[in-house]
Design a binder for this molecule. Structure first.
Ligand SMILES: [Zn+2]
Ligand SMILES: [Zn+2]
Length: 346
């Protein structure tokens, strides 16, 4: 075991504080990563505050991890010491179910082992990226190509793949009109990626406060959802809407913005159940769907795509002692567009 510095929430809703955790010895197929940067995802806050149900404490959040390989096990073939690597939301899965075999480990029928707030196959709780080192099986590690800084790459491991996966699955590309709901950590990456895929991109945000940024990042149009005229003007417009917000939407209103056969895909998750009228999907053969992160192969594909198109996240780099303040700012939508922790300050 190796003792590692980390930031943890000792209990639900408690502020995060500096502590130490134990990392397992590097096994035959393991990679030891010196973590350089860890993004702060909205879901870190949901989990640290038990907004999504009972959680495991102490909790070291963080599933947007970028770092350098420091040691590899004797059986490791994919990575060598010094490689630039990332770890996202999963660190293991059953590897045998149809979904795992298809590269959809995030939908593992046995339940993937999440990077934190999970239990590993060794029965021990998992601890995430707000720490200086992590040991992960090589099959759940991805390479970060040259051409993306490790700091701007970290958020791609969750925010990047969470938006890339549905955009690819629902065929965002040339000739397609795609709307992105919300201009936060996920939304700004959805705009960049949808634009790079060749789609015509519209941002639907509560206000026009971030309009200049949205257009700069690749949006063609930008509308305020607080203005009822937006929903009249854009009725029947989009092939695909990707909602990145975790506040409950008026689904009937948003489904009304889709063309026939269009899809509204949710990647943000409200803490409460939602309700909407089924005629919103019956009329126009529309789809209301959800999508969760992406598989390991797809995460690598997304990183290669982002490197090829010069895409990284827009970040605000912070020290570890600013994490609690950063959480409050995320909740107030006061970040452009992702906080990233410099783990040297942990
Ligand atoms: Zn996340
Ligand atoms: Zn599986």
């Amino acid at each position: 075991m190796t003792t590692v510095s980390a930031y943890a929430a000792p209990a639900a809703k408690a502020p995060l504080e500096r502590t130490t955790i134990e990392r397992r010895e590097v096994g035959e197929f393991d990679v030891l990563i010196d973590i350089k940067y860890a993004g702060i995802c909205h879901s870190d806050i949901h989990q640290a505050r038990e907004g999504w149900g009972e959680a495991i404490f102490p909790m070291v959040p963080g599933h947007e991890i970028a770092g350098i390989v420091a040691e590899v096990g004797s059986g490791v073939t994919k990575f060598t010491v010094g490689d630039r690597v990332g770890v996202g939301c999963m660190v293991d899965s059953c590897r045998e179910c149809d979904n795992c075999k298809a590269g959809l480990e995030q939908y593992c029928t046995q339940g993937a082992v999440m990077t934190y707030n999970g239990v590993g196959k060794d029965g021990e709780p998992t601890y995430g990226g707000y720490s200086q080192k992590i040991v992960v099986d090589e099959n759940y590690v991805v390479g970060i190509p040259e051409g993306i800084g490790l700091d701007e790459a970290a958020p791609l491991l969750c925010a990047g793949v969470t938006t890339y996966s549905p955009l690819k699955h629902w065929n965002a590309g040339p000739g397609k009109k795609v709307a992105v709901v919300g201009m936060g950590g996920l939304g700004h990456m959805a705009v960049k990626i949808a634009h790079a895929l060749g789609a015509e991109v519209t941002v639907l945000s509560q206000s026009l406060r971030k309009k200049d940024d949205g257009l700069k990042l690749g949006a063609d149009h930008y509308y305020a959802t607080s203005d009822p005229k937006t929903f009249e003007e854009l009725a029947g417009t989009f092939d695909l809407i990707v909602s990145t917000v975790s506040a409950p939407l008026d689904f009937g209103a948003y489904l009304g913005l889709l063309k026939t056969d269009g899809a509204l895909v949710n990647v943000g998750a409200p803490e409460e159940p939602i309700s909407f009228n089924l005629f919103s999907v019956i009329s126009g053969r529309k789809t209301l769907a959800g999508s969760s992160i992406g598989g390991i192969r797809e995460t690598q594909e997304m990183l290669d795509f982002c490197a090829a198109h010069g895409l990284g996240a827009e970040i605000e780099l912070i020290r570890a002692d600013q994490i609690n303040e950063a959480y409050e700012r995320v909740l107030a939508s006061d970040v452009r567009y992702r906080f990233v922790i410099d783990t040297a300050t942990i």
